[in-house]
Design a protein around this ligand. Structure first.
Ligand code: DAH
Length: 374
């Protein structure tokens, strides 16, 4: 620390005046002289200290702070330069050289550090924001969803609204109210996933018929796509989890098999193309009387017979029929109501539409396969 130096002068008519050192000097950061000078080795030590500080400066702010501290107007170097005047003349050249060398070394180190900080702050990979982005491709509707959406749209145009029901159903809705005999094989634990004494994973979408009728008086015109569950071993045409679309129309005025057939024929043409034919085959379902199975002409051979339709020219698409009066009784409807119902397998229609021969391919999640249907 430099000793505070005071002096007196006799200027200004001899009046004794007291001067302190100029303010700027007083406030200056600690000065590094012993006896108003610094030895050459002290200068060398300072230089080493400054260089290590500069090389440790992490960013441009730290580098600038080091520059100000050592080379700035009130920094180390100007202070040492001023101290030169107190150095005995014989030693001045050596000190002058030492200070010049100090300035050169610090400036070079600062410059080098600044350049290094600039390159490391620059992004490693240059990025051109004007380049177009990479193409990720657009997704598409899965064939099963596509059939559900298309079917819903077709029936919506005929005045059907979409009804909903839960996957977990009561035994009453899934079996009893649908007039299914107490010992009907479909109730067996080998066919149905039971969750409790009266709760199960619905085996069909038909319980939504019951829900719709319990909720509203006729006329009822609903369509219901949804998941179903059966204890089937998975193979090319069976899965434990699949989809159905249920339809129900109930009115207080007569509704006939002819109405059902014309409605389903309209659906078939919208879904498969204008040339498709529809036929009814007698069948049995507990909740319809009479019951039918509905076939469409084979889309591959147009009815002439091929391997897909096993030479029959027809493909079975759904079950249907006139709602059994015992179902109306279960939901508290007047047994004199009239109605038709139908239920189709969604995967089956998707397979027919797209020529899929193995149901498992629809759920394999293999995009190379599914992309064919985009
Ligand atoms: N639920 C029946 C099944 O899973 C399909 C079915 C047949 C639904 C006739 C109906 C119907 O609504 O009237 O096999």
């Amino acid at each position: 620390m430099a000793p505070e130096r005071h002096f007196f002068s006799f200027g200004n008519g001899g009046a004794l005046r007291y001067h302190s050192l100029p303010r700027a000097r007083k406030r200056r950061a600690p000065v590094f002289f012993h006896d108003d000078t610094m030895t050459l080795s002290e200068i060398a030590a300072k230089q080493a200290e400054a260089l290590s500080e500069i090389s440790a400066a992490a960013d441009s702010v730290a580098i600038e702070a080091a520059r100000v501290k050592y080379l700035g107007r009130n920094g180390l170097l100007p202070a040492l330069m001023k101290g030169l005047r107190d150095v005995p003349p014989a030693e001045k050249p050596a000190f002058g050289q030492a200070l010049n060398a100090l300035r050169g070394a610090l400036s070079a180190a600062l410059e080098e550090r600044r350049a290094a900080a600039e390159t490391s702050a620059a992004p490693k990979v240059s990025f051109d924001f004007s380049m177009p982005g990479s193409w990720r491709g657009t997704g598409a509707i899965h064939p099963v969803s596509e059939v559900i959406e298309e079917t819903t749209r077709i029936f919506a145009r005929l005045g059907f609204t979409v009804a909903d029901g839960p996957d977990i159903e009561t035994e009453f809705n899934n079996f009893d109210a649908l007039n299914t005999a107490k010992h009907h094989p479909s109730r067996d634990a080998r066919d149905t996933f039971w969750l409790g004494p009266e709760l199960l994973l619905r085996t069909q979408t038909s319980p939504v018929q019951i829900r719709a009728m319990l909720a509203k008086k006729p006329p009822v015109r609903i369509i219901n796509p949804g998941r179903c569950y059966r204890r089937d071993t998975t193979d090319a045409t069976h899965a434990a989890n699949f989809h159905q679309i249920e339809g129900l129309y109930v009115d207080v005025k007569p509704v006939s098999l002819a109405d059902l057939k014309s409605t389903l024929a309209h659906f078939a043409r919208e879904m498969m193309g204008q040339s498709v034919q529809v036929r009814f085959r007698p069948h049995f379902f507990p909740f319809t009387e009479p019951s039918v199975e509905v076939d469409f002409t084979c889309h591959v051979c147009k009815g002439r017979g091929c391997a897909v339709c096993k030479q029959s020219g027809w493909i079975e698409v759904m079950g249907a029929g006139i709602v059994d009066t015992r179902v109306f009784e279960k939901v508290g409807y007047d047994p004199e109501c009239y109605g038709y119902a139908f239920g189709m397998g969604v995967e089956r229609i998707a397979m027919i539409k797209h020529g899929v021969t193995d149901l498992r391919m629809l759920y394999g999640g293999d995009l190379r396969y599914l992309r064919q249907f985009l």
